[in-house]
Structure formats: C-alpha cells, structure tokens
Design a protein around this ligand. Structure first.
Ligand SMILES: O=C(O)CCC(=O)C(=O)O
Length: 301
C-alpha cells in the first residue's frame, strides 16, 4: 500500500476526469549566464506551451548517435531493452541508451542539453530513462495519446511533475513520416484515467499502449480546446518536452524513417517512490534507480 499522498490519482478504478496541475512548470526563474541557457521568452514559451523546439541545435552529434545506435542494436540483441513493432516485428525502440553506451551517457550530460534542463527544473537532474524511437519507413506504428508523467506516476512512482524530456531528431521529422504531435498547453491539466494497471503492463504497452490512454471524450475536451501541433525539423533539432504534455504520433506511411533519441531528466528533488498504481516497480531499464546528479560536460562541444 502506498503511504504518500497521491496528488494525481490515475488508473485506480475511478471515473475518468480532468483535473488541474498542482506543480509549477518552470521551477524558479533563475537567470543563468551560460551560453546555453534559455532566454526569459523561451522559458515563458515552455511554461505556456509545455514544449520548446530548438531547430538544428546539435547537428554535429547526429551521425555519431546514429552510429552508436547501430552498435547498441547488436549489443542488446535478445534483451528486453529492445522493443519490437506490434505487427511487423521490426525494431521499434531501444531503451537505456545511457546505461549501455559511454558515448550516449556523455550526450546525456552535454552542457547544451543539461543547462536548459536544469534551468527549467531549478535543480540537478539524473537520467531516469532514455530511448531511441526508430519509426521505421512504412512499418513504424503509431503511439497513442498519453502523458508520460501519467505512466511514470502510476507505473514507476514519480510523485510530482518535475521532469523534462530532451529529444534529438536523428532524421528529418516531417508531416509525413510519423512525427510527434503535441497538444500545446495540455501539460497544465491532468487526465486521471479510468481502469487499473495489470502487472507487467510494460511488456505490451511499449509496443501498443492501452492503459493510461485518455477516453475519446477526454481527448475531445483537451484537443478541441487547445489544438494539435506537429513537431518538425531537420536532424539535430532538440525538443524540450514537459513531462505531462499530451502527445502521440501517427503511423509512418512514408519511405523515410523518423528516428529520435530521448533522454528523460527527473529532478533529484523528485525521488521516485513505489508505483502509485499498486503494481511492482518496472525494470531498471525503464526507470533507472541511480539518482546520482549529472555533471554538465563540454566533452562533445
Ligand atoms: O516517438 C514517438 O512518436 C512517440 C514517443 C512517445 O510518445 C514516448 O516515447 O512517450
């Protein structure tokens, strides 16, 4: 039984409802002198929209990340970190990049990424999860609408909304190759979803999510109010993505893969507890228990 107060109950057998966010989006308003810090207007935009796109931000890392991904695909053969597409069996995602590759751990500490992340969180951070989402040409299937925080809260025990995902485009993300869709401003609401969570839900949900996906009525209320925005850009574009923003993506119907590398930064002040959904904790490759604060690095610059 969970002892901490659950500010964001979801999948605990109640009727679905939309509640207000109870946490800040941008923690504090500290100005930073670093060349990589966000400007006050960028912080304001992140606060209002729940995401920020920095086009062509890290182009020099793209080829090295793609090469390292090829190495990891082989290194992780036969392991749970490899998640396959629901129909074709092609590789869909590769998890725990930072745990299996020194180079990708360096990327996660890169000052160009970690500076804005720490600025938003107003604290040090650690990588709670990292993944490559491949969206292969023609065979890459959709991701249902969801809030990442909802999953991390219910299935991993993240107590508060104090986490940011930074993701890097490894191929061009266009309207045609299954780009990420976000609902600007949706991070200020929380859809408390119906249902409950099966033990080992992750074994199916990472291929096709069902639990924690809002009902059509809730989606209509959110999407009708706030609209949908596709996130497009050239390889090397960095996206900062608030943990509770509602997002999803369509099938890739094109002959062009849409690959992205994602690093989830949780504040060290937001210690993960027991899962709020009453299930056993998910494996370490999905929620890293190592909360050692990251030190910013300029090694790759
Ligand atoms: O890669 C995508 O299209 C969706 C990714 C996503 O929703 C997630 O990783 O939570």
């Amino acid at each position: 039984m969970h002892t901490a107060q659950d500010l964001y109950p979801s999948r605990v057998g109640q009727q679905e409802k939309i509640i207000n966010r109870k946490d800040p989006v941008v923690y504090g308003d500290q100005q930073s002198e670093s060349p990589w810090s966000l400007s006050p207007s960028q912080l304001k935009q992140f606060d209002e929209d729940g995401f920020l796109v920095l086009p062509n931000y890290l182009p020099s890392l793209v080829d090295s990340i793609k090469n390292e991904a090829q190495v990891l695909k082989k290194k992780l053969a036969g392991r749970d970190e490899r998640v396959l597409e629901p129909d074709s069996g092609e590789l869909r995602s590769l998890f725990a990049l930072h745990r299996h590759s020194e180079f990708l751990a360096d990327v996660s500490r890169d000052a160009r990424i970690l500076t804005p992340v720490e600025q938003i969180l107003a604290s040090q951070a650690y990588v709670m999860q990292s993944r490559l989402n491949i969206k292969p040409a023609f065979k890459g299937k959709s991701f249902a609408w969801h809030s990442d925080f909802e999953t991390w809260h219910v299935e991993d025990g993240m107590p508060r909304m104090r986490a940011v995902t930074a993701w890097i485009m490894l191929t061009e993300n266009t309207p045609y190759n299954g780009p990420l869709y976000v609902v600007p401003g949706s991070h200020k609401k929380f859809v408390s979803c119906e249902g409950t969570t099966a033990q080992d839900n992750h074994k199916t949900s990472l291929r096709q999510q069902k639990a924690g996906v809002p009902k059509p009525e809730s989606l209509e209320a959110m999407l009708d109010d706030k609209g949908i925005q596709g996130i497009y850009g050239p390889p090397g574009t960095l996206v900062l993505h608030e943990c509770n923003i509602l997002h999803g993506s369509p099938d890739n119907l094109s002959p062009w893969p849409r690959s992205i590398a994602m690093f989830v930064y949780n504040s060290v002040k937001n210690k993960v507890q027991e899962p709020f959904g009453g299930i056993k904790p998910r494996p370490e490759y999905l929620s890293d228990p190592d909360m050692t604060p990251l030190k910013k690095s300029t090694k790759l610059i």
